[in-house]
Design a protein around this ligand. Sequence first.
Ligand SMILES: Cc1cc2nc3c(=O)[nH]c(=O)nc-3n(C[C@H](O)[C@H](O)[C@H](O)COP(=O)(O)OP(=O)(O)OC[C@H]3O[C@@H](n4cnc5c(N)ncnc54)[C@H](O)[C@@H]3O)c2cc1C
Length: 404
Amino acid sequence: MDDNRDILISGASVAGPALAWWLSRYGFHPTVVERAPHLRGGGYAVDFRGAAHLNVLTKMGILDAIKARQTRLSSTTIVDEKGRPAARMPAHVFAGDVEILRGDLARILYEATRDTTEYIFGDSITSLDERAHSVRVCFEHSEPRTFSLVIGADGLHSNVRRLVFGEDDRFIEDLGLCVSIFSMPDSAGLDHAGLLCSVPGRTAGVFSAGDNQAIAQLYFAAPSISCDYRDTGRPQQIVAEAFTGMGWRVPQLMAAMRQAPDFYFDTVSQVHLDRWWAGRVALIGDAACAAGPGGNGTGNAVVAAYVLAGELAAAGGDNRTAFERYQQLLRPYVAKGQAQARSGKDFLAPPTAKKIAQLHRFYKMLPYLPVKALMKYLTTRTATGIKLPDYSRAETTSSGRTAH
Ligand SMILES: Cc1cc2nc3c(=O)[nH]c(=O)nc-3n(C[C@H](O)[C@H](O)[C@H](O)COP(=O)(O)OP(=O)(O)OC[C@H]3O[C@@H](n4cnc5c(N)ncnc54)[C@H](O)[C@@H]3O)c2cc1C
């Protein structure tokens, strides 16, 4: 293969399709392979904060589509185990500048790329054999193919990372929490609001998702749990056991979990790697640097897609130069998000009744605090903490020259 235009991306959620969008823009030919048989819906609400995230979405021309599907969360009421309101949190504490369900975002990105990107659903890479000018790729179902470069955008438990860099336990840092998320009917009549209840070590929340749907979010402190995260039986049993005896709406949430079409369970974890690339393979999004809730993972993945594709175009396809520049630019930026997410752990599952009481007191004070200014300050420290390079020249000059 004598050019590097044919790029295989593993994973069709956020980072993968966003990267495909930018690669097509610069004249590369992206193919995306996704293990799920079709585009995965469902998932929690994710948000974009600050100029860097919004600028990339604007350049992609999808900010309006995202705004049209935003959750429009009004506020979240913190309740005790008897359902009595303890405090109310304004929307912008959670919702950033624009908040959207992960599944809706994935669909917008897919629709923006499907005409310029080959999508292969229901398949997965089984081996990567790097050669002088290409990578020979074998799949579970499709015939083997040859690509110039391969990018792993396949999330926390990245398949590409395992094949090229090693097993998960070398790179995944479990933050000592588990999370389960699923959709359910909005029987509480939430109407764009949310409810959140904590007891020591456990938090249950339910948030409006519009269209009479709600999203349940459950967090609980747990030492490393080993199970097949893609399964439902054993993980549901683990969640049910963890929430046994908790009051409020938890029994209804447990019943809804058993019926949920999109049950999700995982540890809350971060990914740390010394290098995000090796030869002709690179990682992006959670596969490279998952931060966990509160770490700006989604917005940062979109920024990373802009930078990785832009560097490849600017380097005329020289993958070594581009991958190294991409890593240098992004690493300090995502590290800030990772540090922020780490400090949010006690908020997700406060360990003691004392901590819960402290948090309630803090939430009660929020109406009297400059919350908007505080959130802006936090955003400036993390999500806007990157100067986006201007790759517009590469847009017109890129011709996908030979990789090294
Ligand atoms: C509980 C929770 C709450 C979060 N809340 C927020 C938030 O509020 N705001 C925010 O910005 N971020 C949030 N995040 C982080 C955010 O979800 C991620 O950072 C973001 O989705 C990164 O996207 P990604 O495309 O890298 O990975 P993912 O969204 O994980 O997508 C990976 C894709 O790869 C596919 N895949 C997996 N294995 C294979 C394989 N073998 N072959 C092919 N495809 C494969 C998967 O099916 C999936 O489609 C949260 C994360 C969690 C866990």
